[in-house]
Design a protein around this ligand. Sequence first.
Ligand SMILES: [Cu+2]
Length: 246
Amino acid sequence: MSLKRKLAVALAAVGITPFFVVMSAGTASAHGYISSPPSRQAMCAQGRVSNCGPIVYEPQSVEGPKGQNNCHAGLSQFAQLNDDSRAWPTTQVGNSVTFNWTLTARHSTSTWQYFVGGSKIAEFNDGGRQPAATVTHNVGLGGRTGRIKLLAVWNIADTPMAFYSCVDLQVGSGGGTPTTTTTPTTTSRPTTTTTAPPVGGTWAPNTAYSVGSQVSYGGVNYRCIQAHTSLVGWEPPNTASLWQRL
Ligand SMILES: [Cu+2]
């Protein structure tokens, strides 16, 4: 083998390495969902809606083939998300809404789409770029009022798949920012939506916490004030609506 040939082989090997790194990152089970205003899967994960099934453990996993017009990506295990007969809580908003996505895997993205009643009301084209861990879009609701179910779709650039989030909104007049109204309050909320017993010890993600559970985080003790299943990013110092500092 000539020196030139050896060099070519070596370069090819180097070139393959990052390819495998990218592939292994792509197999992560974590993806993304709309965290505020709370999507249906966020409502379930936070314990604000009960009897949701396994979505409470992985609100970021509503993934299915592109082009669907439903809330559960066609996945039978998440069928509850598509059940409009459930009493999904709404978030009061004005005619312009800021949607926040929490991405636990930053897949390269073609488009973000927003639908109401089957009509596309907004689209953002990322041109295949990799998004940040949080993504924010401002979407006008086109003068719609009253209760609406909005479907948001995250279309992945390098797979045939998309992620689906439905958000139930109560659209009032007068605009304003919705962020203050999405903060969970302590009034009139079911407090026994998870079955896990109180958990002591150190805070951990992907754990069901019930009201009254006590944890420590960063050397500080906290008490759970709203039942939820924890996620990375929901550490007690970041979630005053879930944890009260003791
Ligand atoms: Cu993913």
